[in-house]
Design a protein around this ligand. Structure first.
Ligand code: PEP
Ligand code: MG
Length: 594
């Protein structure tokens, strides 16, 4: 959804306010770095005075190469489809070699010292925008022709598509059509201050990883990349899910003030680091951190986590092209185990598939990837790969307090099969005399409604449970967690989701099995009182969320939380639940916006 400043034209200069889905809180103001569909990075770069001659030559070479390419296409198409169809390429050739365009590009490099990439992106982007703002299909096609030429030139200038995002070296806000979770994970939070994507839903792993990085992020904004050029100032409001293109001075001033307030709240929350997450009536809540990489252990430590409640080990696969060997697994896992100095680490086995793939999905892929061969199902079909990981986890268990957890268990047979593969791996290690913890607890995630329904039986075979609300919500409500078009249905506040959680917690208690939660729901302070009231005493959250959730725990009593849970049990819609929880939280923290 977009709003332009009243009466303003759609080209550069008029402020645009776009609504997306808020997935990671905070505000960021900075220069845009754009990754379009093809992933071209177009930061504003300057070239040195001495390099101008070489950069002009580079531009000319790119224009020549693009011209030759288009000419070849024209010849082939003319032969196969006739001159009429090939005429479109003649138009491209004309534009590519337009004298005025060439002069403008050369001028930008010579006098403003812009890089050829930035000049091409800016100049052609500007022309395309003018065509886009004019009505009619013909004009829209001309805009597309210009984008086509822009991409072709950039491809020649950049050499390779999808440049290494990890190499960004100055503060930027990344605006992209889409990013894979591993591309998101590779963003360097030292320089990437915020993230916006055109697609993606609230529970997508890209969103979760952005939250893990602690940078404001908004997803599912819809098409907007053509309205902004690299280097322009953008505001990301990760609390409201808003982004502002070409912000006016008043909006900038308002958000600069928010950034300041954010900083002072962060300083206040830091003082909680060494205090326990203990309710006012003395009940100790265990606060654990969710991590994707060993390096995040430090963030857990800085925020006073009691351990790691979810280590998403699949990210080891996502960051590389080949399957990691056992030693790579072992190095990562034993590092985490050792650095936690005896605190518990829940290692979740491979949860690959669906949106956790190495590349962006191909339309030819599975039609319902979230209902398909993902997670434990994929692991059980690829036993060799699974065994390699299990061996490494077992070996790491000799170096710390490790618990192993299987993801997406939906049937008893699955749990039994997974445990059998584990038993085999244990036997192999034993025979080889390799040390491991024989008593390592083996638990499972509760993220499919069938697991809740059958929990009394699972309780006999699993040592512990952890509720994964990110998936539980999507499977309970039949709503794809990464689809922006159904994002309004995807909410932890839905009474059906809350009933499932309630059932799971009560069943685990009845069978005296430890149960925790590691879905994003428990990192949102809005739900803390409800979850404590339902009976949860262990919460595993994104490290950056630990201080705020701890603050709520330290400000409420269990009795108060149980009253909140009782009242929520009587509500019928997600909207009522949210309104009620906001009111309750604002009673505890009057500054909380209702
Ligand atoms: C979940 O589903 O809640 C969960 C923690 O796992 P993931 O987000 O990695 O699917
Ligand atoms: Mg899950």
């Amino acid at each position: 959804m977009r709003q332009r400043t009243a009466g303003a034209p759609s080209n550069e200069g008029a402020m645009e306010r776009l609504q997306g889905i808020a997935v990671s809180p905070g505000v960021a103001i900075g220069e845009a770095l754009i990754l379009d569909n093809e992933g071209f990075r177009i930061p504003r770069r300057f070239v040195g005075r001495d390099a101008v001659g070489e950069e002009l030559a580079r531009l000319n070479r790119a224009i020549e190469a693009a011209t030759a390419e288009v000419d070849r296409n024209r010849g082939r198409v003319a032969k196969e489809l006739g001159d009429e169809v090939a005429a479109i390429f003649s138009a491209h050739l004309q534009m590519l070699n337009d004298r005025r365009l060439r002069q403008e590009l050369e001028e930008m490099i010579r006098t403003r010292h812009y890089s050829p990439e930035y000049s091409v992106s800016r100049a052609l982007g500007k022309y395309a925008k003018v065509f886009q703002s004019l009505d009619g299909e013909y004009m829209a096609e001309r805009a597309n022709d210009i984008f086509d030429i822009q991409k072709r030139l950039l491809r020649h200038l950049l050499g390779t598509a999808r440049q290494e995002l990890a190499h960004v070296t100055s503060p930027v806000l990344v605006l992209a059509h889409n990013l894979t979770p591993s591309e998101t994970a590779n963003l360097n939070p030292q320089f990437v201050m915020g993230l916006v994507t055109e697609v993606g839903g609230p529970g997508s792993h890209t969103a979760i990883v952005a939250e893990g990085l602690g940078i404001p992020a908004v997803v599912g904004v819809g098409n907007f990349l053509t309205d902004v050029s690299g280097g322009e100032t953008v505001i990301i409001d990760g609390d409201q899910g808003l982004i502002f293109l070409h912000p006016d001075e008043e909006t900038l001033a308002r958000y600069r003030h928010e950034v300041e307030e954010q900083r002072s709240l962060a300083v206040k929350l830091e003082t909680l680091r060494d205090l326990p997450a203990e309710t006012t009536d003395g009940v100790r809540i265990t606060m654990l951190g969710n991590i994707e990489f060993p390096a995040e252990v430090q963030q857990c430590d800085e925020r006073g986590a009691d351990g790691i409640g979810l280590y998403r080990t699949e990210f080891l696969y996502l960051g590389r092209d080949d399957d990691p060997p056992e030693e790579a697994h072992f190095a990562a896992y034993s590092e985490v185990a050792r650095e936690m100095h005896g605190k518990p680490v829940v290692m979740r086995t491979l949860d690959l598939g669906a949106d956790k793939m190495r590349t962006l999905p191909d339309p030819e892929d599975e039609r319902n990837p979230f209902l398909g061969l993902r997670s434990i199902r994929l692991a059980l079909k690829n036993r060799d790969m699974f065994r390699v990981q299990l061996r490494a986890i077992l070996r790491a268990s000799a170096h710390g307090q490790i618990k192993l957890m299987f993801p997406l268990i939906s049937t008893m047979l699955e749990l039994r099969q997974a445990k059998m593969v584990l038993a085999d791996a244990m036997e192999d290690l034993e025979e080889a005399g390799i040390p491991f913890d024989r008593n390592m607890p083996v638990g499972m995630m509760v993220e499919v409604p069938s697991a809740v329904i059958m929990m009394d039986r699972f309780a006999e075979e699993a040592d512990f449970f952890s509720i994964g609300t990110n998936d539980l919500i999507q499977y309970c409500l039949a709503v794809d967690r990464s689809n922006k078009d159904v994002a309004s249905l995807y909410t932890a506040a839905d009474p059906a989701v809350i009933r499932l959680i309630d059932m799971a917690v009560q069943t685990a208690k009845r069978f005296d099995r430890p149960i925790s939660m590691c879905g994003q729901m428990c990192g949102n302070p809005l739900y803390t009182m409800l979850l404590l009231g339902i009976g949860l005493r262990t919460l595993s959250v994104t490290p950056s969320a630990i201080p705020e959730v701890k603050r709520v725990c330290r400000s409420v009593s269990i009795e108060q939380c149980e009253r909140v849970a009782d009242q929520v049990r009587g509500l019928e819609t997600a909207r009522d639940v949210k309104t009620f929880l906001k009111e309750e939280l604002s009673k505890v923290f009057p500054e909380f916006p209702v």
